[in-house]
Design a protein around this ligand. Structure first.
Ligand code: FES
Length: 76
């Protein structure tokens, strides 16, 4: 999923690392996304777990706008 959070663009996988919930249907608040299935919360900036039940971070991507297009790159 790709979204604008304040002045930046952030990108995370949209399948929750806990049990596959649809993160793109989750709620966004305070720079985090909360999974609608069991409530795991991940930081938008890097996919780290704020609280579980998920124990693994959500894969995240570096994102930028270049000539009107959004470009993503996997974090190394
Ligand atoms: S599937 Fe997302 S918290 Fe369980």
């Amino acid at each position: 999923m790709v979204l604008r959070d304040g002045g930046r663009i952030v990108a995370l996988d949209s399948t929750c690392t806990h049990a596959g919930g649809p993160l793109h249907e989750g709620s966004i608040e305070n720079g985090c996304v909360t999974c609608p299935w069991h409530g795991s919360t991940f930081r938008l900036v890097d996919g780290s777990v704020v609280h579980g039940p998920a124990s693994s971070p959500e894969p995240s991507y570096e994102a930028r706008v270049q000539e009107g297009r959004i470009q993503l790159r996997a974090r190394l």
